[in-house]
Design a protein around this ligand. Structure first.
Ligand code: ADP
Length: 353
């Protein structure tokens, strides 16, 4: 009963470690993506709460109430959003904030939304304000009142909509306007995964990909995955390619480590982009504080990308800190990069070492 999702734009272009992969299904979904809630590894508290919402919706035969998922990229927001309609056996549509540039872009999704179906809006914080305004009555009163065209061609559409569910995903819940956030009765925050959880994901997915792997090798991939299942999957595929090309097609600990080194992933999972961020913060900005715009400029990477994709793991690992005056590097970053930690008194004020 799950209708072919409709993809608009490049919802997953933020995926810096995912190479274009022939394993993507024809509908653009990842074959490694869990299909049912019971296949989801980790996020146990979130899974338990969602299970309760599902049970309640089934018993009352009502649509699921609107749900907002937030957290860094690759932690499972799209996965949860696709699993829930499958569990309920209802239709599913997918779009994203940037794809809905004008109110008229929202109309087909709302008019297509069947009773109890799910409309997934990725990057919902990037929804233009004019579109947001039309979403409010649609979410709250299941009504569409929309003025289309101008002058003599102007017309207004007033429509009753079916009771449907919006699942919104965002990497920046702080950027959501209060009225939009308030429309979501349920809000769930996804956390980085533990090494054990990522090991489990790698082992399961190696079975799906039919590649033999030792438990220790899965652990080595897991501990370089920066707490993120998407990286774990991407690294597993790379290691599989490596052992197929360079060895006998079986993933040992040694081969996993060698393959990931070749991809310039270090022992704790930092990639070239992460290390460059730290190096630029240290060399160009004297360790900080540095503003995100200036950092983005020096690295030639959009500040949004830095904030969404690079900084969360560096913050969590204690390599940088965010202060009101900007980003600052910590002694741990110097140590990790094998650089000499400067003496306290020679350093600019405000440094964290
Ligand atoms: P997001 O939407 O938060 O960017 P995704 O849902 O696209 O992240 O997850 C990226 C990939 O990681 C998915 O294709 C899926 O295979 C895997 N994944 C994410 N969360 C889990 C999980 N809890 N258990 C197993 N695999 C997961």
């Amino acid at each position: 009963m799950v209708r072919q999702p409709m993809f608009h734009g490049d919802e997953h272009s933020h995926d810096r470690d995912e190479f274009a992969d022939p394993l993507l299904d024809s509908d653009g979904l990842d074959v490694l993506r869990p299909q049912r809630l019971e296949e989801v590894v980790g996020q146990q508290a979130v899974v338990d709460r969602l299970q309760i919402l599902l049970n309640a919706a089934r018993k009352r035969q009502e649509p699921l109430s609107h749900l907002l998922l937030d957290g860094p990229p690759g932690l499972g927001k799209t996965t949860f959003a696709t699993v829930l309609p499958k569990e309920l056996g209802v239709d599913f549509q997918i779009t994203s904030g940037p794809a809905l540039s004008a109110p008229k872009d929202l109309v087909p999704y709302l008019t297509n939304a069947g009773q109890g179906s799910v409309l997934f809006i990725d990057e919902i914080h990037r929804l233009p304000p004019a579109v947001e305004e039309y979403l409010y009555p649609a979410m709250e009163d299941f009504r569409l009142d929309i003025a289309l065209g101008e002058g003599v061609n102007a017309r207004t559409i007033n429509m009753e909509l079916k009771h449907f569910t919006v699942i919104g995903a965002t990497t920046r819940s702080g950027m959501l306007t209060a009225p939009l956030r308030d429309r979501f009765i349920n809000r769930e925050h996804l956390e980085f995964y533990t090494i054990d959880e990522l090991t489990e994901i790698v082992l399961r997915n190696a079975r799906k990909l039919k590649v033999p792997i030792t438990h220790d090798a899965a652990g080595e991939i897991a501990c370089r995955s920066r707490g993120t299942p998407r990286n774990a999957n991407s690294f597993l595929r790379w290691v599989r390619d490596y052992v197929d090309s360079e060895a006998d097609g079986q993933i040992s600990t040694e081969l996993a480590i060698t393959a990931l080194k070749k991809r310039e992933i270090d022992d704790i999972g930092l990639d070239r982009q992460d290390r460059r961020y730290l190096q630029v913060l240290i060399t160009t900005f004297g360790g900080g504080p540095a503003g995100i715009a200036a950092l983005g400029h020096s690295l030639n990477i959009p500040p949004d990308t830095l904030e969404d994709e690079v900084e969360p793991f560096l913050l969590r690992s204690g390599f940088i800190q965010r202060t009101p005056r900007g980003r600052m590097v910590t002694t741990a970053a110097f140590e990790h990069l094998g650089l000499q930690v400067p003496e306290d008194d020679t350093e600019p004020q405000g440094r964290l070492f």
